[in-house]
Write a protein that binds this ligand. Structure first.
Ligand code: HEC
Ligand code: HEC
Length: 201
C-alpha cells in the first residue's frame, strides 16, 4: 500500500462530505472529534497498539473498514489514495494524541516504512501466531483462532485450500491488503497451512 500523507488524512478525517464526516461519528483525541455514533477510535486501536501491531496492519484494517463498513457507517466515503491517507492517519494517531500530525499544512513526510522489518525467525513460525499478529482475525472469522471478523469471507465456511490462502495472503485482492512485504515466505506458508488445516473445525 505504500506510504500515505497523514496530514492530508487528518484533513479528510475532519472534512464534511455528502456522506458525512468521520469526525461526526467517531471520537479521536488527536482530531479533537467527539462523535459517538461509531466506536471511539482511540479505544478501538489501543489494544492493537499494546499488542504491537504495526502501523501498516492497523491502517489496512481501517482501509478495509472504509470500504466494507456495517450500517450505519457509509461505505467508500473516500476511495483510493484519500482512503489510504485517512487510514494511515487513524493508525498513527488513534490512542496517541501527541502523534504530531497537523491538518492541511503538509507536514514533512516522516520517513516511516517501519513495518517491513520481518526478521527471519530461526524456528518454523507458528501459523496461528502469524494469523493473530497479521490481523487476519480482524477481517475473518476462524474458530480455531478465536476470531470473528466479518470484513472478509468466513474462513470456516470457505475452507480454502492451502495454496489459495498462500496466494491470497501474498497478493491480497478486493479489500484485502497484500502481506508480501510484511510476512516472510515462511510465515505465509505457516499461516496458509494453519488456515487450511483448521478451517471448519
Ligand atoms: C454515520 C456515522 C459514521 C461515519 C460518517 C463514519 N463512521 Fe466509522 N463507524 C461507524 C459505526 C456505527 C461503526 C461500527 C459499525 C462497524 O463496525 O462497521 C464504525 C466503525 C468504524 C471503525 C471500526 C472500529 C472498530 O471498533 O473496529 C473504524 C476504523 C471506522 N469506523 C473509521 C471511520 C473513518 C476513517 C471514517 C471516515 C472515512 C468513518 N469511520 C466514518 C459510524 C460512522
Ligand atoms: C483488511 C481486512 C482483511 C485482512 C486484514 C485480511 N483479509 Fe483476507 N480477505 C479480505 C477480503 C475483503 C477478502 C475477499 C476478497 C475478494 O473478494 O476479492 C479476503 C479474502 C481472503 C481469502 C479468500 C481467498 C479466495 O480466493 O477465496 C482468504 C483465504 C483470506 N482472505 C485469508 C486471510 C489471511 C490468512 C489473512 C492474514 C494474513 C487475511 N486474510 C487478512 C479481507 C482481509
Amino acid at each position: 500500500m505504500g506510504q500515505g500523507d497523514v496530514a492530508h488524512g487528518k484533513q479528510l478525517f475532519l472534512a464534511t462530505t455528502s456522506k458525512g464526516s468521520c469526525a461526526s461519528c467517531h471520537t479521536l483525541a488527536d482530531a479533537k472529534s467527539t462523535g459517538t455514533l461509531g466506536p471511539n477510535l482511540d479505544d478501538a486501536f489501543s489494544s492493537s497498539k499494546a499488542q504491537g501491531f504495526s502501523e501498516q496492519t492497523m491502517a489496512d484494517v481501517v482501509r478495509g473498514q472504509i470500504a466494507y463498513p456495517e450500517e450505519p457507517m457509509p461505505a467508500n466515503i473516500y476511495r483510493g489514495q484519500d482512503a489510504r491517507d485517512i487510514a494511515l492517519y487513524v493508525a498513527r494517531c488513534a490512542g496517541n494524541p501527541s502523534c504530531g500530525v497537523t491538518a492541511e499544512t503538509a507536514a514533512p513526510p516522516t520517513k516511516s516504512t517501519s513495518t517491513s522489518t520481518s526478521t527471519t525467525p530461526a524456528a518454523k513460525p507458528d501459523g496461528k501466531a502469524v494469523f493473530t499478529k497479521a490481523g487476519c482475525g480482524s477481517c475473518h472469522t476462524l474458530k480455531a483462532a478465536g476470531s470473528s471478523g466479518n470484513v472478509g469471507p468466513n474462513l470456516d465456511q470457505l475452507k480454502p485450500p492451502k495454496a489459495t490462502v498462500a496466494h491470497q495472503v501474498e497478493v491480497g485482492g478486493g479489500a484485502m491488503p497484500a502481506f508480501k512485504g510484511q510476512l516472510s515466505a515462511a510465515e505465509i506458508d505457516a499461516v496458509a497451512a494453519f488456515v487450511a488445516d483448521n478451517a471448519g473445525k
